[in-house]
Design a protein around this ligand. Sequence first.
Ligand code: ME8
Length: 521
Amino acid sequence: MADPFFITTAISYPNGRPHIGHAYEAIATDAIARFHRQQGRDVFFMTGTDEHGMKMAQAARSRGVEPRALADEMSSYFKEMDDALNISYDRFIRTTEPAHHAASQALWEAMKANGDIYLGRYEGWYSVRDEAFYDEKELTEGEGGAKLSPQGTPVEWTVEESWFFRLSAYADRLLAHYEAHPEFIQPDGRRNEVMSFVRGGLSDLSISRTSFDWGVAVPGSPGHVMYVWVDALTNYLTGVGYPDTNSESYRKFWPADLHIIGKDIVRFHAVYWPAFLMSAGLPLPGKVFGHGFLLNRGEKMSKSVGNVADPLELAAAFGVDQLRYFLLREVSFGQDGSYSDEAIVTRTNAELANSFGNLAQRVLSLLVKNCGGELPYGGEQTEDDRALLARVSDACRVEVPREFEALAFSHGIEAWLRAVFACNQYVDAQAPWALKKTDPERMRVVLATLFTCIRDLAITISPVIPASAARLLDQLGVPDAERNTNALSDIGWYERLAKSGFTLSPPQPVFPRLELPESAG
Ligand code: ME8
């Protein structure tokens, strides 16, 4: 049976429309999910919206609507964005679903039964925007001496009756887990930050609120709703059928293999979440990866500056796959990265249109023009042909998968691109267009070699640019069932396809050259 692989994004706050940072996380996670499917794994990919908490309640109030109505409207935009960007999620979860309330309450009961939840009084520095309490020592000073959280958001001194989670009891077990599983928090820089935070000692965590009611009710405690992060993190369990730990999906997919999240919420996923799970006696996820932030021309995006990019506008201006390619190629996954219209246009024109697109277009046109669209086979291969085939095969079967497996997209794409460049050098050196008259037999071997390379390169880059790769593979006559990693090792495929009577139609360019929109620059 196929190896199960459960991967998630963070669930976004639908307190406004999705921005490019949300799109970035969805795209990166989608590329990983598609890569693992291509490797033959049974992937369950979950994303969704995090609809409770004070942030949602306040956003709704300032718009004069009920939180539920705001969540319904905004959540639909997140789903729309995912669909437009070709995000292949298996489940879009909304934390307002009744099944999620039941799962959150079950997790709460399990932690309570373990003696980890008690009633107390909370006083502390609370940031509404971060939905988090901070220690005095973590605060910084803003303009006019205002106290700010480490994220730079305002904090207020807050006092309330609250349920607490005995987080302080978990520091040693967490540290032991980090030591035993160095892969649990990645990249390493984030792992170091979390470890030094935990080594500094953990305070118990306030996990209920009485100041508002937009949340999951605390079982048996009227007036208390759960702190939004308790219910938010539980979404990963709800999605696989918890609390029914005998369900097929729970047994197959829990624990999650990989949580992809942004760097600002690593602490919640790498400290609170494993502590909750330990308390409830549930297995821990395999890996938490904290990606970097996307910046607009190096600047932090903010509504007040007016530089928050709408991912659907970018996709409409440049193309969905162009945007996906750019983000995964340009930004070193784990680091912050910048985008601009110019950078998207320059990068995708150079690499997709001029390099890969042009390669495919030249080779397919020659096959149509000089071979009547039939795929030539047989003929003697030279050292040059074998060298190119080995080069491309190595990129597609070894280098790119190794990098994608390690979530190093930009390195993986670079390896792919080096193989594309090698093909273009080979075309220039062999000049198949000139061989038609001088050595037609040789021309046929050269074009067959290139056809093979283009097919392998298209399959390999599919997780990054699924729709364009599929359009190209359609033109190449590659059946759906052969667009995976196994097919790359099938040495008989070319001759089978050539003998099947398949003929190429005049090729349709898949990667248009982009122009900068008038308003840009
Ligand atoms: O944090 N660049 O929701 P959220 C890259 N509901 N990623 C960014 C980004 C940017 N400029 N801005 C935000 C939440 N993100 C919680 C998560 S999970 C159980 C609950 C990322 O809508 C951010 O780091 O504020 C997070 O991973 C995701 O977008 C959703 O952020």
